[in-house]
Design a protein around this ligand. Structure first.
Ligand code: NDP
Length: 269
């Protein structure tokens, strides 16, 4: 029987993880079955228990369950502990293990685009699981300063306190989105606004050189703004490939090459 893997979220239809993991497996000569798994908003625990009870080998976790996944794990990696969010789950010796591969995926994606990260001033919009996962890897990649701006200020504050508790010397600021101004080298949209179709309003006084939209597969207000300002921009498909490669290596012990799986996304201006 083929080994079973899945990605769990709500919504889940947009996910391209199954096609990626099947493509990696074909390239590496591994047989597997990787499905999408929709969990009810209050049904995450029951859904992952059912998956692993039914011989599931590994799960990726997406919106909005990454923080719940972290809370469920018996063992987490250091980068998942710092993020307090998990996107990759597997059982080992009867214990549920979790890792967070989003940050390494984003760093690999931006590096592949040849956008500068060293000494960069970075603005991240949003303070959910995805933001938690990328902060520390971005600092490790050499960025000088990160500002997190969230619609709900209290959530940004909570995230900042969590991170600084581990690494008090990091240059990590927070802001309300409406209060943003000035210049950033790179802006990363880590809100889920485009998933829900909600508007994302950014102040006119905010300026930036590069724009990375974590969502993928459709156009967004953020990508439209980047086009309007003639700023180089990318949607999140390359990050998806990057984080999937990390998860694949955890589960299978071998690693596909990022460049082999980057296609031209129709939403990259
Ligand atoms: P969460 O649900 O954990 O967080 C969502 C965030 O979006 C919150 O900060 C929320 O703010 C904010 N938000 C939602 N709607 C709006 C809006 N209309 N205006 C302003 N802010 C808004 O999601 P994740 O952090 O897990 O994921 C965020 C995005 O990143 C998703 O689009 C996801 O698909 C994408 N992603 C892509 C990856 C990739 O590999 N390319 C990997 C991981 C994530 P508030 O706190 O105020 O509610």
């Amino acid at each position: 029987m083929r080994k079973k893997f899945a990605v769990i979220g709500h919504p889940i239809e947009h996910s391209r993880s199954p096609e990626l993991h099947h493509a990696f497996a074909a390239k590496m000569g591994i047989e597997l079955d990787y499905q999408k798994r929709l969990a009810a908003q209050d049904g995450f625990d029951a859904s992952i228990d059912a998956f692993f009870a039914d011989q599931g080998q590994g799960l990726n976790v997406t919106v909005p369950f990454k923080e719940q996944a972290f809370a469920r794990c018996d063992v987490v990696t250091e980068r998942a502990k710092i993020a307090q969010a998990v996107n990759t789950l597997w059982y080992q010796d009867g214990l549920l293990h979790g890792d967070n591969t989003d940050g390494q995926g984003l760093v690999a994606a931006i590096t592949a685009l040849a956008w500068p990260l060293h000494n960069a001033r970075v603005l991240i919009l949003g303070a959910g699981g995805a933001t938690r996962g990328v902060i520390y890897p971005l600092f490790q990649a050499g960025v000088a300063q990160i500002c997190i701006a969230n619609r709900t200020y209290a959530r940004a504050l909570h995230l900042q306190q969590d991170i600084l508790q581990h690494y008090p010397d990091l240059a990590l600021d927070i802001s309300e989105i409406a209060a943003l101004s000035g210049h950033y080298d790179l802006v990363i949209n880590a809100t889920s606004a485009s998933l829900s179709g909600a508007a994302l309003q950014l102040p006119a006084a905010l300026r930036f050189d590069y724009a990375y939209e974590m969502a993928y597969g459709k156009d967004s207000d953020f990508l439209a703004l980047a086009r309007q300002r003639q700023v180089p921009a990318s949607d999140g498909f390359s990050m998806l490939v990057g984080q999937a490669i990390e998860a694949f290596e955890i589960w299978h012990g071998c690693r596909p090459e990022l460049q082999d799986f980057l296609d031209a996304s129709p939403h990259n201006p």
